[in-house]
Design a binder for this molecule. Sequence first.
Ligand code: NAI
Length: 318
Amino acid sequence: MVELRFDGRVAVVTGAGGGLGKAYALLLASRGAKVVVNDLGGARDGVGKSNFADDVVKEIRDKGGVAVADYNSVVEGEKIIKTAIDNFGRIDILINNAGILRDKSFLKLSEQDWDLVHTVHLKGAYKTTHAAWDYFRKQKFGRIIMTASNSGIFGNFGQSNYSAAKLGLVGFTYALALEGAKYNIKVNTIVPTAASRLTEDILPPDMFQAMKPELIAPVVAYMVHDSFEDTAQVIDSTLGYATKTYFVRGVGSPLKKKPSDPVTIESVQQQWSKVVDMKDAKHLDKMAEVTFDLVERLQEFEDRAKLDGDKNVYWKNY
Ligand code: NAI
């Protein structure tokens, strides 16, 4: 098998002072990438500042790799990208990984807890990506990773702020993937589950031991390699396993019997079980498909009604 390398590529990994980001930075550097190891160095809730990115840079350099530390907050993402340009003259790969937690049940969640989590995860990813975007466009190459969470995709008790921000990054990925397509900018999302300070009091101890960030790093590294052609993928990975996650839409139901009938609260109630029935649900790739699929389904409903001998009637037993 040919070794996949990153020689000549410059990668920025945010929040790379520990946990998953550190594993990404070490792996990319070991394969030839020059790495900006960004980390504000705060506590788990985002408070404080320190230089623990230095330890990761030292580890990379000790192993013969090339790296530089950056202590800016992702909220000032343009400064992090500038570190890449100032030190290495370019930027090719951006891994938006920095994150904090401010878990609280919703009643106790303050506006500050909401804002700070959104600012670091969502706005931080916006800031770094926006600063890198024009470099990517001009050189017709860019690889971007967003970091979502199953807490965002499925929701998690006590994490309303985090869940909302993390799912926001999935929408961000899908939209940017479209805008980046003609410039060879691939935008994808990792949904990790790994042992780190964010999960040390959440995961059972035996699982915590097994869920090494190093098992996820190769998935992320593959998704930022030159050879990686996919975009808009949301990849869930843990324990040396990976799978794609995506939204599906059900077949649904018309909400009136005949085209000329009004939609009423009662007709919605009547059809509700069909509205939420996900049997035969399918994935739609693009906004255009969403509209096309709807037109196609409405036509199918009419055709089916006609076959049943009820001309122009969407469903029977209304
Ligand atoms: P971690 O706490 O070890 O890593 C996050 C890093 O981001 C920390 O080193 C922290 O100092 C840094 N950081 C925080 N705010 C920053 C800011 N404003 N600017 C720059 N750096 C900042 O935690 P972990 O688990 O490695 O998390 C990495 C990413 O993965 C996060 O986005 C997290 O939400 C996400 N994630 C992790 C999961 C897990 O199971 N560990 C599950 C789902 C998502």
